[in-house]
Design a protein around this ligand. Structure first.
Ligand SMILES: [Zn+2]
Length: 164
């Protein structure tokens, strides 16, 4: 590698060409990683699909980049979203409705993130060639991030059943 430096972001661990971007305020991520996430959300939002896959991207990205600066509610909502999507087969739209229903609660605990956040990152979706392959990669990423939070699965399942 001559002439270019790479930055390995915290959270997902994805290595990207360094562009000297500021780190985001709330995500435990490199600025370069957040830019890739914005590219991903451009794709999810133009899908305008009934299932609203965009929600899965929001939840997977947040859960993969939980850190001290993230509000506890963001991490908890992300994990509830991943649980409902991966284990219960909810669409993004259905997850969104649950989030709205439980949105008023404020007393969420701060969750300690796992060291390993799953093998897939935003880049795996961006690099997929077609819309169908991107959606497939998005769902594999969602499942991988959920899997990485294994220590919290029981808490998330129980909490989701309680608050719904
Ligand atoms: Zn990242």
């Amino acid at each position: 590698m001559t002439g270019s430096n790479f930055v390995v972001g915290p959270g997902c661990g994805q290595s990207q060409p360094e562009r000297d971007l500021d780190p985001p305020e709330r995500y435990n991520a490199a600025g370069e990683c957040l830019e890739a996430y914005y590219d991903l959300t451009c794709w999810t939002l133009v899908q305008q699909d009934a299932g609203f896959v965009h929600q899965h991207a929001v939840d997977a990205y947040a859960a993969q980049h939980v850190g001290e600066r993230m509000r506890p509610i963001t991490a908890v909502f992300a994990l509830i979203g991943l649980y409902l999507a991966v284990e219960r087969g909810y669409t993004g739209r259905q997850v969104q409705l649950v989030h709205m229903k439980i949105g008023r609660r404020r007393d969420w605990p701060r969750l300690e993130p796992p060291k390993d956040r799953g093998e897939l990152t935003v880049m795996d979706i961006l690099l997929a060639a077609t819309d169908a392959k991107k959606e497939e990669a998005l769902m594999r990423w969602t499942a991988a991030v959920w899997e990485a939070w294994e220590d919290r699965h029981r808490w998330v399942r129980e909490t989701t059943e309680k608050v719904q």
